[in-house]
Ligand binder design. Structure first.
Ligand code: RM4
Ligand code: MN
Ligand code: MN
Length: 426
């Protein structure tokens, strides 16, 4: 299924008048306080977030997985799904491939298909947290950190192959997330495990093309329950520094212990020029997979405040690789992703509204009340008319979820693909 601009223009007509009223009001009041509304709209339109190839089908937990009808059964169909989200939101202009779940058969055809939908190939992800069929060595006790040199070599070779695959598609970064760790005290020698990991990463890093970046992701626990080799940003940064200039830390919002001050982590990494990738999701307890903004939208806004500050003030930090990293257990994956994109745009727009100069002055004067007022005034602004206007100007839907339902996208996908397809992934 494809959605064309005319279909969306027709659907938008119903909401257009109302939208115009809201947008005019907001644009006027923002201009009155000195905001360049058109620069803001351009920034919102530029902001593109990658969709991971594994997130287009139903996700599951270790207790069960409830399939979603019409799931994409091939990489081609996954790209088509992202194309649908991108037509509606104009924000999902990239795909992040997980290997070996999504190895292209025909590279040129895949590249053409992606180009047709205006989709770029973002970072590629390796997978050494599962054993694959016919694999010689097992990752049961870790991969890049394994006590066995043969296992480490196999995991290194896999990462190098992922880079080769990504390189053929135009990707420029490799994301490494390791499940390595231990479930019981005494199981691992922490120092040996970290040393092996560093050496393995160096070997992967040194083999990458000169214009590639390495993103090193961290996670405090799960699937291992006692220790994880790359448990936090400090460990990730240490490993990145051990590899070299083009190795960076990747922050995944769901990979923190409760109440961690993620905005501070983001800020310090950008100061050091070492924040490379970013995975969006939300969580309440120990999960790392809920719809962005569904639980803690204010925390997301505070994180965006630091991201925006860093993007404006830290030329030493590279452009970030943005990706949604959530799993869709009960909602239609496409609707869920659309909701996440909306939440991301909203937090970004609100952060862009913060008067940075006034905030600096209030901070310098230790005017704590004013600092809070400045942040919360921005946060309390309803920026949705801005996001809608940015979408409208690029041929997207004023209300993507409404359009998705009006166009009966899921029903069409089921008609095309059937009820029983299962997407690769977790
Ligand atoms: C991990 C991590 C990785 C993601 C896998 C599927 O928890 O967040 O980024 O690719 O899950
Ligand atoms: Mn992640
Ligand atoms: Mn995760």
């Amino acid at each position: 299924m494809n959605i064309n601009k005319q279909q969306l223009a027709d659907l938008n007509k119903t909401n257009l008048k109302n939208h115009q009223t809201h947008f005019d009001f907001l644009a006027q009041s923002l201009s009155n306080s000195g905001t360049d509304v058109y620069a803001l709209l351009a920034k919102l339109a530029e902001f593109q977030v990658a969709i991971p190839s594994w997130a287009l089908g139903a996700g599951g937990t270790r207790f069960g997985r409830f399939s979603f009808s019409g799931e994409p059964a091939s990489l081609e169909q996954k790209i088509e799904d992202i194309g649908l989200i991108h037509s509606l939101t104009q924000t999902a202009g990239a795909i992040s491939l997980h290997i070996p779940w999504d190895v292209p058969n025909d590279y040129n055809a895949i590249k053409e298909l992606a180009a047709l939908h205006n989709i770029k190939f973002d970072a590629v992800n390796s997978n050494t947290f599962q054993d694959q069929k016919n694999q010689k060595e097992s990752y049961k006790y870790g991969s890049l950190s394994n006590t066995s040199a043969a296992v480490r070599e196999q995991a290194i070779a896999h990462n190098k192959e992922v880079v080769e695959i990504g390189n053929k598609l135009g990707s420029k970064a490799l994301t490494v997330w390791l499940a390595d760790g231990s479930s019981f005290p005494g199981q691992n020698n922490f120092q040996t495990a970290l040393t092996h990991t560093q050496n393995s990463l160096i070997s992967i890093y040194e083999d990458m093309p000169a214009d590639w970046k390495l993103y090193i992701e961290y996670k405090p626990y799960e699937p291992n329950f006692y220790s994880t080799v790359i448990q936090d940003w400090g460990t990730s940064l240490m490993l990145a520094n051990g590899c070299g200039e083009r190795a960076y830390t990747l922050v995944d919002l769901g990979h923190h212990l409760p109440n961690t001050n993620i905005e501070q982590i983001v800020s310090i990494l950008m100061l050091k020029g070492k924040l490379g990738g970013f995975h969006f999701n939300d969580s309440k307890y120990g999960d790392d997979d809920l719809t962005v903004g569904s639980i803690k939208p204010y925390a997301l806004f505070l994180i965006f405040n630091e991201l925006v500050y860093g993007m404006q003030n830290n030329p030493q930090n590279p452009e970030l690789g943005w990706m949604i990293d959530a799993s869709h257990n009960v909602k239609d994956p496409l609707e869920d992703l659309i909701q996440s994109l909306e939440a991301i745009q909203e937090a970004y727009a609100k952060a862009l509204l913060i008067d940075q100069n006034a905030l600096r002055a209030a901070q310098e004067a230790n005017d704590v009340t004013a600092c809070q007022e400045l942040l919360q005034n921005a946060y309390r602004t309803d920026v949705r008319p801005l996001i809608r206007e940015a979408r409208l100007r690029h041929g997207g839907a004023l209300n993507p979820i409404e359009a998705y339902r009006a166009l009966e996208v899921r029903k069409n996908l089921i008609n095309e693909r059937g009820n029983k397809t299962v997407a690769t992934g977790l």
